[in-house]
Design a protein around this ligand. Sequence first.
Ligand SMILES: [Zn+2]
Length: 436
Amino acid sequence: MTDYGAQGKNRTYNAIDLNNCKNHQSYYTALSRGTSAEGTIILQGLDPWKITSGISGYLRQEFRELDTLDEITKLRYDGHFPESLVGLTRNELLRSYKCWKRNSPQTLLPKSTQADSWRQIVRPRKALPPQKPATAPSHVDVASQAPPPQVEDLAAMKVVLSDPAGLKWDSTDYSCVYDAVFTILWNMWTENPSEWSLLLANNGAPMSLLIAHFLRSAQELESLESGRDTVRRLLHELQPDYFPYGKEGAVFSDLAEILSNDCDISCTTRRCLSCGDETGTGRHALHSCHTILPQVGADADYLLSDYMKTLSCHQTTAICERCHSNFPLWEFTSFKNIPSLFTVCSYDNHLLFDPLLSLWKGGEAFQLRLCGIIYLAGFHFTARIIRQDKKVWFHDGIDTGSCLQREADLDTSQRPDRLRAAYGKPAIGAIYCLDL
Ligand SMILES: [Zn+2]
């Protein structure tokens, strides 16, 4: 009998074959059919990795979203749910709720239950020699934040910071996700400090603070790690559950969301091709920090640009209410904002990241350039940095530290297959920036 077929059954003597079980869910189903440990017989062996390797980012997000949906339900029940919040789909509802929550005074907000219910246990990695630079204090008082960059400072920055650099891993307060993301942003920022400081000025407090510290690092007033720790402190104060200290890691999607000016960048309209009737749906297909879930039924690789094309135009099953034509309505998506930074969190192994993305807005073409990819496996994040000159660099806060490892240049004429993984770790996200 399969684990699927065994669901709901109780067995006094439960003989199970765990070797052929696919994942922890199957283990659970098979084991929990037995009524006692004495009556449980495990045939052959078992793979402990399947039940000790930790929770996937996808599952973690799922649990957290269920918590948030609970909050929404409670607010609705108590009559406190703001009428302005809309969302036809789960994703839209969650997003508009998170946006509202972020911008509302603390007193209005429901107490989050997450910290009590869920806690990620991170397995310790093998011991490594401490790599923290002696000059970098691990916790800097946020009150002593660097002042925002002044125009004069930026104008004075004629120095070309051509050598790519990265951040060293903090073995006390695991920092790999910050190291990966900040290394990508630092190498993007140093290519045009004045332009990027202006473009990212409205991306929220954490990004402004990061840019201010980039400026200090560029002037050699402090190390990149010291700036990282200050930004980290602010993130922890804003969202302690998402940005913990110690050996608990943060995840890329949370960091990407808080650093990007999280907004809708496209809007969707429905059009009847028979009578020409057109209505806005209020639905936003793309966000400046966009999550791509596994595509149902897809078993072949596809490019991010293909994914965006399918969003831009597709047939629905809805029928026109005006002319009741037999032909279902079409949905069209167009860009209303071109983000200076576009982050993608991918939960689909088939997704490949294009080196360049072309977006159209009001007849004008804009290009977004892939400036970095985030990799994750075994609870450790690494990154590839792709610079304007198409040179590719690899960064691992533990192995390469403040130096980056040069790789073969990016060949834009080929499918970007080689970027999908780095030294055994799959890509889980990418950062695109306006091609200045
Ligand atoms: Zn019609």
